[in-house]
Every structure is written in structure tokens, then in C-alpha cells.
Write a protein that binds this ligand. Structure first.
Ligand SMILES: [Zn+2]
Length: 414
């Protein structure tokens, strides 16, 4: 199909906005942007007068098959793979309909995310574009070991990375710390991972909640930091200098700060997890106090990162079912909430929209294809009823969603 989207208020994703623009789309690619509509023959006009047109959103951190309901906190691994795969397929479509045109899955076992990515690319299943880390790689007994591949030392790490890439992963995800004041992988191990991935043109994402693991990961040359609650000034300065991306996933962690009931429920879950790792009594409570302190520091650390010029980008760490840590659940399209949180924590609306579009595309190493509305880019777009620059909450007024020039939601959707 060929479309002329006329009279739109255009936010191009790179920090620019223009009223009354017309965007021509042909064969899934943005052809031209016009200030006066001149619609060539064969293009269907869709009048967007009064509406806002912007690039589709990018969620850099999801887990397709995550369950993690309270009672299942550590039993995820026992949920049947087939059932998980079905859940993932449904979620891929929910995500797209919610305006997320590209997402990055950071760890789904049994090859489910890789299979889903292929099915979506072949047009067999409708869903967001998928970039996936395949199975996460952790040290033996490390964070998330129940749903990851365990590997220790350079030889096992190389083996795990190569197997994952052979299976079809687009990047590698490792875990470097949970809410504890010590790291997991050694510096040698981290460097092995970074060298091997970068040599193959692949990026590395690292789950890291606390220092000193965060500083080590940045120093080793990891590409994206996932979470990261208490980075030191030194770590943030190094991130700004090296261009390391920070995906703070506020959506999944904000309950720690604001919602007393949820925080208590969440801490109960963490307490159980620590006990299952063999910790007892005062040790567990001490670690929980430490984690609480890290969370309290989080908003201020976010602001410090902004001030220092750290590249902060959007990831929700969804989805989670209702009941997870006492919440109403985190839906597949929660990246919109992350955008709102970024503004609440100190970004201006334009910065937050860039964090979810052009900046997130850079973090994926896909900035030449997605994340902005410009000639030659893939036609991944959303149409909003209200302008999010006036009020960031308007990001929820989604009217249409287009991926690769095809409406998933809107006038010509299936
Ligand atoms: Zn995660």
C-alpha cells in the first residue's frame, strides 16, 4: 500500500517538531515529507489534521514469557514451554497494538523469542519487531539462574555465547548483580564477553542492580546497563564518556519508592529469593536494608546521570501478571509509562520521546532504519489524538499504529 498521511503535527523522533506535515509512505518505507501536500497518484490519503504523528515506540527491555506472579516467584522454570510460547505470541500483538513497534527481549528460554521473531518476520504472527538476546547467560547460581544458561570462566562463556548466537540471538544478555553489594562475574569474565561479542558485531546488555558490579560492567565496555539503582558519580561519568546506554526500567522498580504496600510485598519476594540462595536471618535483613537504600537513591542518581549527559533510554522490564509484587500488573505496552516516568524524574517531554525512539534505536544499533520519521526510514509510526509535548500523558492517546507501512491499528488494519 501507498499512503499519504496529511496535515499532521509531526514529531520526527530526533528532537524536531513541525505542524501541518504530510508524510508519503511506499512499500513500508518513508518516501518524503512535505510541507504542502502534493499527493501522487495511487496514494491513499489519511487526513491527520489535529493529530500528532511520531515514530513507533521502542521498548529495550522485555521478557516475552515472564510470569513471576508472587506465588510463582521462583517457579517460572517449571511452567511448560509450549504454554509460554503461546503467551509470548499473544503478548507480541498486544505490544504492537499499544504502539511499541520494536522491542528487545532480554532473556526468554527454550528459544521462544527467537522462534517468535522469525514467525513475525515471516508474517505468520502479528507483533512488534523483535530483537532478542535468546537465553540470558549468568554465573552458576547467579541472578536469574533458574531461567538462564549458567557459565563460568572464559571457556564456558565463549561456548555459551557462541551457542546462543548460533541459535539466532541478536545480542547477548548477562547478569552481573542483584540487590547485593557485590558483583557476580569477574573483570576477566566480563571482558571475555565484551571482546567476543564486539568481535562478532553484537552488543552486550547487562542486568546490574548495584555497585560495584555496575562500575565494573561499564569499565569492561558493556553496551547497555539494565536497571542500575545506585551508580556512583564515577560510574556515571564513565558512562557519559564511553557512551554507555542506561535502561533504568523505572516502571518495574518505582513501587520500591512510592508504594508502601507494594514495596513490602516486593521485599517479601526478594527475602524469599535470598533465603533460597542459602542466606539466613540478619544476613537477609541486612541485604534488604541495603537494597532499600539503593532504591531511595535511584531518582537522584537518574537526575545526576541526566546532568552528566548519560544516554538514558526506555525499557519497561514487562510484562508481569497482575499480582506481581502486589501491583495491578505491567502490560506489554508499558514503555509508555516509562516515558511518563522519565519526565517525572527530570527529562523534558521531547527528551523522553527521543529516549523511546531515535535514542533507543541507537542503543539497538538500528538508527539507520528505525526511530525517526525521515525519508528512507522504515515506516514504523504512531498517531496520537493529543500532542505529548503539551502533556506527556498524551502518549496514551494512541489512535493508529503502523509497522513497516502496514496499519496494525487504524483505517486499513486487518
Ligand atoms: Zn529483565
Amino acid at each position: 500500500m501507498k499512503y499519504a498521511l496529511t496535515h499532521a503535527f509531526l514529531i520526527d523522533g530526533t528532537g524536531d517538531s513541525q505542524p501541518n506535515r504530510t508524510v508519503l509512505i511506499e512499500d513500508g518505507i518513508i518516501l518524503e515529507i512535505q510541507s504542502q501536500p502534493t499527493i501522487p497518484e495511487g496514494f491513499s490519503e489519511i487526513d491527520l489534521a489535529g493529530k500528532t504523528l511520531m515514530p513507533g515506540l521502542i521498548d529495550l527491555h522485555i521478557h516475552f514469557a515472564a510470569l513471576s506472579g508472587d506465588e510463582r516467584w521462583m517457579q517460572d522454570a517449571h511452567f511448560p514451554a509450549g504454554r509460554r510460547a503461546l503467551l509470548a505470541a499473544v503478548r507480541a500483538e498486544e505490544s504492537l497494538l499499544g504502539g511499541v513497534t520494536t522491542l528487545r527481549d532480554l532473556g526468554t528460554e527454550h528459544g521462544i523469542a527467537i522462534a517468535l521473531k522469525e514467525a513475525i518476520e515471516l508474517g505468520q504472527i502479528r507483533g512488534s519487531r523483535v530483537v532478542t538476546a535468546g537465553s540470558a547467560i549468568v554465573m552458576t547460581g547467579g541472578h536469574g539462574y533458574q531461567m538462564s544458561v549458567e557459565a563460568d570462566g572464559p571457556v564456558e562463556l565463549l561456548r555459551a555465547i557462541r551457542q546462543n548466537l548460533k541459535d539466532g540471538a541478536d545480542l547477548i544478555k548477562i547478569c552481573q548483580s542483584e540487590g547485593l553489594p557485590y558483583p557476580e562475574f569477574t573483570m576477566d569474565e566480563l571482558k571475555t564477553v565484551v571482546d567476543e561479542c564486539h568481535m562478532r558485531g553484537k552488543r552486550v546488555a547487562v542486568h546490574v542492580e548495584t555497585e560495584p558490579g555496575m562500575g565494573m560492567a561499564v569499565e569492561a565496555g558493556i553496551d547497555t546497563i539494565e536497571h542500575g539503582f545506585n551508580p556512583s558519580d564515577q560510574t556515571l561519568e564513565l558512562m557519559a564518556q564511553k557512551g554507555t546506554y542506561w535502561v533504568p526500567t523505572i516502571t518495574i522498580n518505582r513501587r520500591m519508592r512510592q508504594e508502601e504496600h507494594d514495596a513490602t510485598t516486593y521485599m517479601d519476594g526478594v527475602r524469599r529469593a535470598f533465603r533460597q540462595k542459602g542466606m539466613t536471618g540478619a544476613d537477609v535483613e541486612g541485604k534488604l536494608d541495603y537494597l532499600r537504600e539503593c532504591f531511595l537513591a535511584f531518582p537522584e542518581r537518574f537526575q545526576k546521570g541526566l546532568e552528566l549527559g548519560v544516554k538514558i533510554v526506555t525499557g519497561s522490564d514487562g510484562p508481569r501478571p497482575a499480582g506481581y509484587a502486589g501491583t495491578l500488573g505491567i502490560p506489554m505496552d508499558s514503555v509508555r509509562n516509562e516515558v511518563v516516568k522519565f519526565v517525572e524524574w527530570g527529562m523534558n517531554p521531547m527528551q523522553a520521546l527521543m529516549a523511546a525512539t531515535s535514542e533507543a534505536a541507537k542503543a539497538l544499533d538500528m538508527a539507520d532504519q528505525i526511530g525517526q520519521i525521515a525519508p528512507g526510514m522504515v515506516a514504523d509510526l504512531i498517531v496520537l489524538d493529543e500532542n505529548p509535548l503539551e502533556d506527556i500523558e498524551h502518549i496514551d492517546t494512541i489512535n493508529m499504529v503502523m509497522k513497516e507501512g502496514v496499519f496494525a491499528r487504524g483505517p486499513h488494519s486487518r
